[in-house]
Design a protein. Structure first.
Length: 364
């Protein structure tokens, strides 16, 4: 039964691809942005890093919302502003899915300019990627004075997305979502470089998130969020649990861990229970934060310098949170263990925490 369903799905997909190729034509080859007068590249510098801004006039835009985004001019993909992620690495634009599938969505016409903040599937609903991959592009864009009519975001359905955009004073009528707008033609489409993928090596780039991103986020949100927060009393010690999102990783002996943390004065918090402004205020007022590796650690950028950060993680998870903590002048410790379960993601897997090691790190 499942095989038959898969066969039918593939059949209808192939019909759909042919249908839209008949309407819009096939994407045939690539063109360099350097050779096209309608594609203008400018460079901006933020601290020691250089970024590119592409202004693409009278072009089409297509995205699969996960791996690929294509800028198309005269049925050719434009090299430079297009991206196609394979294992988190941006590969040659000739590998973009539009060559195989075409642009299988009805194309809409946008009058005016659109700034794309798409960044791959992680930005659709993940808080970490929203904070570090999506929003910092606004700061790159601000370095070049441009008139702008619309902002294209990966998605707009999460509470934290709406709250951060409200604090940024981006009007709702200017917000577009790639969930509803995957294929369009616009008078001008603007694309920026990725904020921290500088070397196009995810294993290296993710460990070196530039400090300007933390500075920008703090400058943009800290004061506004604290004023908006409705919390009256703040715990000094926070445990970030993952009761709202435990599918990727889980602490097998979490009950024992929580009992120890309770005895050490930690308050057990589920981040999704709090507004964005409340989360900012909680972390700003906390002096110690512990939790299982995850997106909630993005908020340590709002902690005061010298805060104690303890990350519990699978030993394959890498040092991205360590880097973030240390570049923000926090005191960082980790408790790592080999995952008991095998998962598709090196950041995933269920782990058992060494309770004696936990007590030792809490006493430091």
């Amino acid at each position: 039964m499942l095989n038959n369903k898969k066969v039918l799905q593939n059949y209808f997909k192939s019909i759909s691809y042919k249908f839209f190729k008949t309407i819009y034509g096939s994407v045939e080859g690539k063109t360099s942005h350097i050779d096209n007068k309608d594609i203008i590249e400018t460079k901006v510098k933020i601290e020691e890093n250089y970024y590119k801004i592409y202004n693409c006039k009278a072009c089409s835009f297509y995205t699969d919302r996960i791996h690929d985004t294509a800028i198309i001019k005269n049925n050719k993909i434009v090299d430079g502003p297009s991206f196609q992620l394979r294992n988190n690495t941006n590969v040659d634009c000739l590998k973009n899915s539009v060559f195989l599938k075409g642009t299988p969505r009805f194309r809409k016409k946008i009058n005016g300019s659109v700034l794309s903040l798409l960044t791959g599937g992680g930005g659709n609903s993940n808080y970490w990627h929203w904070m570090f991959d999506v929003l910092p592009r606004l700061n790159i864009f601000k370095k070049k004075i441009l008139n702008l009519d619309y902002y294209l975001f990966p998605d707009l359905k999460s509470k934290f997305q709406k709250e951060t955009l409200d604090l940024l004073d981006i009007k709702e009528e200017k917000r577009l979502s790639s969930r509803k707008l995957r294929h369009f033609y616009a008078d001008e489409i603007i694309i920026t470089s990725h904020p921290y993928t500088i070397l196009n090596d995810p294993d290296v780039d993710s460990l070196k998130i530039p400090i300007w991103i933390s500075k920008y986020l703090k400058y943009t949100f800290l004061e506004k969020a604290i004023k908006k927060s409705k919390i009256k009393t703040f715990p000094k010690k926070i445990y970030i649990n993952r009761k709202d999102t435990s599918s990727l990783r889980y602490i097998i002996n979490e009950n024992e861990v929580e009992n120890i943390l309770l005895n050490f004065g930690y308050e057990n918090l589920t981040m999704s229970d709090y507004s964005f402004s409340d989360q900012v205020a909680l972390f700003y007022n906390a002096s110690e934060v512990i939790g299982l590796h995850g997106a909630g650690f993005a908020n340590i950028i709002f902690c005061k310098q010298g805060s104690k950060i303890i990350e519990i993680k699978p030993n394959s998870a890498g040092d991205v949170i360590k880097n973030l903590a240390e570049t923000n002048n926090h005191i960082y410790y980790d408790i790592s263990a080999a995952p008991k379960t095998i998962n598709f993601n090196n950041q995933a897997g269920d782990i058992e925490v060494n309770l004696e090691e936990l007590k030792k790190k809490l006493k430091l």
